[in-house]
Design a protein around this ligand. Structure first.
Ligand code: MG
Ligand code: ZN
Length: 361
């Protein structure tokens, strides 16, 4: 017994030493390796039913099917069990639960700093892509601070001092193009966009309208090209980048209870996910997160055929629902996104993983 005692003590001593090692590190995040870059892709209104339906129709499967770390997000806002896209996006951009309609402001209507601003303050590059107006609730909540989502002109006005490197989407009528050019941006619209050109900072508008057309009405691979081009530009910054890409119109398919619209927009969004995923796979320093702000339409998949590849869907509402939405994570730090979490946790993890310091507004 006596000679057993010594090695046992040694074993205990060693394990205690190890515990001290781990305990001494302020380990907020589970993964030791931090990403340099984060690409956050938001499918507006994209719940599990939308993804399931798109997966059924996707030839060769969805890129989302390749992700192995998946969590669930509780989507409620600060004042309503059912969130809108403004409060939903502000939860992701700023980590606060705010009232529905709030753009980058808290419950008191005062500005809250966004992850884009925090990233820029630490010299990371930043980018925003949407398939609707850049002034619309989701992208707006990453750069603007307005008490209401309906204030498009004021929201647009908030972009000029943000120094965002890449902005691609709609909303051209709201922006002062001369002012953008004076700030050093290359500005191009529609066929004038040269996707292979290398500009350090640019605004690309789909056309002269506020919103982009539906995918089926000729948007083609705009979202894919936008995502490719933005990543190529932003990746030139060795300090890293933060890019938000929105599949804006999945939500509109839900509001319209238009199943074909919903599925086509989700499939198009998944192609942008694939661009990010493939880049991250090669890069090794990029965290890709794919989620939604909420589900739209209360979509149910009640019947379907494997033979004819069809689904008989049903919608329960023309509005958003309170069902949890999935979050898919790939890359360094992905482990933090497994499990069930509040929407504001996503911001906390992203900011922590990029080592962003909180800044005063
Ligand atoms: Mg949106
Ligand atoms: Zn909506």
């Amino acid at each position: 017994m006596k000679f057993l005692k010594q090695p046992l003590c040694l074993l205990i001593a060693i394990s205690m030493l190890c515990m001290n090692c781990n305990g001494g590190v302020k380990a907020v995040h589970k993964k030791l390796k931090h990403p340099l870059n984060i690409i956050l892709l938001i499918g507006d209104g994209m719940g599990l039913a939308q993804i399931s339906a798109a997966s059924h129709y996707a030839a060769g499967g969805l890129c989302l099917d390749l992700f192995t770390i998946i969590g669930l997000i509780k989507t409620s806002s600060g004042d309503d069990y059912i969130t809108d896209s403004a409060a939903g996006a502000t939860a992701y951009s700023s980590g606060v639960h705010t009232y529905n309609g709030a753009i980058g402001v808290g419950m008191d209507s005062l500005p809250v700093r966004t992850i884009l601003e925090m990233a820029k303050a630490q010299e990371l590059s930043t980018g925003l892509i949407a398939t609707c107006s850049i002034t619309h609730a989701t992208p707006a909540s990453f750069f603007a601070h307005q008490k209401s989502r309906s204030l498009d002109a004021d929201i647009a006005n908030d972009i000029y001092n943000q120094n965002i490197d890449v902005v691609i989407g709609g909303g051209k009528p709201y922006f002062n193009l001369e002012k953008l050019k004076q700030l050093g941006y290359h500005v191009a619209t529609g066929n004038d966009i040269d996707w292979n050109a290398v500009y350090p900072q640019y605004f690309y508008f789909y056309n002269d309208s506020i919103h982009l057309p539906k995918w089926k009405d000729g948007r083609a691979d705009f979202l894919v090209k936008a995502t490719q081009t933005a990543i190529r530009t932003l990746n030139k910054n060795k300090k890293g980048f933060f890019l938000m890409v929105e599949g804006s119109q999945i939500d509109w398919g839900g509001h319209n209870n238009d199943f074909e619209y919903t599925v086509q927009e989700t499939l198009d969004f998944d192609k942008a996910v694939r661009v990010a995923y493939e880049f991250a796979k090669k890069d090794g320093n990029t965290l890709v997160l794919v989620t939604a702000d909420h589900e739209t339409g209360g979509l149910a998949l009640n019947e379907g055929s494997l033979k004819t590849h069809t689904i008989k869907p049903a919608y329960t509402t023309g509005h958003h629902t309170g069902v949890m939405v999935p979050i898919y994570a790939y890359g360094p730090g992905a482990e933090n996104f497994g499990g069930t979490m509040e929407n504001i946790k996503v911001f906390e993890h992203m900011a922590g993983l990029l080592n962003l310091k909180s800044i005063q507004h």
